[in-house]
Design a protein around this ligand. Structure first.
Ligand code: GLN
Length: 242
């Protein structure tokens, strides 16, 4: 960590917070404070420079046009790439995930370059939009409980040779390639299609980011009964036949 307080950066709330993904910043902040950590939350609008000394960066989903604007501005700014070079933890959702890859299809139907921080390429799915509840098993190396979330995307994300799938779907489409993968990561840069917001439904992911930022293997326990009730409700509803 850069100094005594954890620097939590919420990237472009004006463009990429369409689906309540700002909840992720609230949950990471709260779970850090519950462990007695001092948190400096930095919300960076798209007309402001991205600070490069953050510990954790969060990026949400968005509609196709704001997604293109966000990608253009992030490329021009360069701060997120410098933060990644500094070893920052970056967690992105849906449109944000596609932006962190090499390219995606924008609202004009053109190939839009991303930041190349995750070795993935997103294309536009020809079939039905991927919409619905998702259950997925997270990469076992993280030792985390099952992931639950809600997906809503047209893009299909293909993993390159160096990206690892973040999870494997039990229910839902995930990356949409039909290979059962959901999300991807390279080193400390993560992407997922899970809205919900994902941290509210999966506080284990907020804790994963905190552990990586603090470089520790475990955090003090918290009372997670509310989270568990919500997770169990979503798991049982996602498992019902449509
Ligand atoms: N516009 C992108 C897509 O449809 C991302 C959507 C989202 O962030 N939910 O694939």
């Amino acid at each position: 960590m850069s100094d005594s307080s954890l620097r939590l950066v919420w990237v472009y709330p004006d463009l990429l917070s369409t689906y309540g993904d700002q909840g992720n910043a609230l949950v990471v902040e709260r779970r850090a404070r519950q462990r007695g950590l001092d948190v400096m939350r930095i919300d960076v609008r798209s007309d402001q420079p991205i600070p490069t000394s953050g510990d954790i960066y969060l990026i949400g989903g968005g509609e196709d046009r704001p997604q293109r604007l966000a990608s253009e501005r992030l490329r021009r700014d360069g701060g997120l790439n410098r933060a990644a070079e500094n070893g920052a933890i970056i967690f992105s959702v849906c449109a944000g995930y596609q932006i962190l890859g090499h390219e995606f299809i924008n609202d004009l139907g053109e190939r839009e370059p991303g930041l190349g921080l995750i070795d993935v390429v997103s294309t536009r799915g020809e079939g039905e939009r991927c919409v619905g509840d998702v259950l997925a098993d997270i990469d076992p190396r993280f030792g985390l409980p099952q992931l639950t979330g809600f997906e809503n995307h047209q893009g299909i994300t293909h993993l390159g040779p160096t990206a690892r799938p973040f999870a494997r779907t039990v229910i839902g489409r995930g990356n949409g390639t039909g290979d059962g993968t959901e999300g991807a990561y390279n080193d400390t840069v993560f992407g997922t299609y899970m809205h919900g917001p994902v941290m509210a439904r999966n506080p284990q992911i907020a804790d994963l980011l905190l552990k990586l930022a603090l470089d520790v293997n475990a955090l003090p326990p918290t009372d997670d009964r509310w989270y568990e009730a919500l997770r169990n409700e979503r798991i049982s509803s996602a498992s019902q036949p449509a």
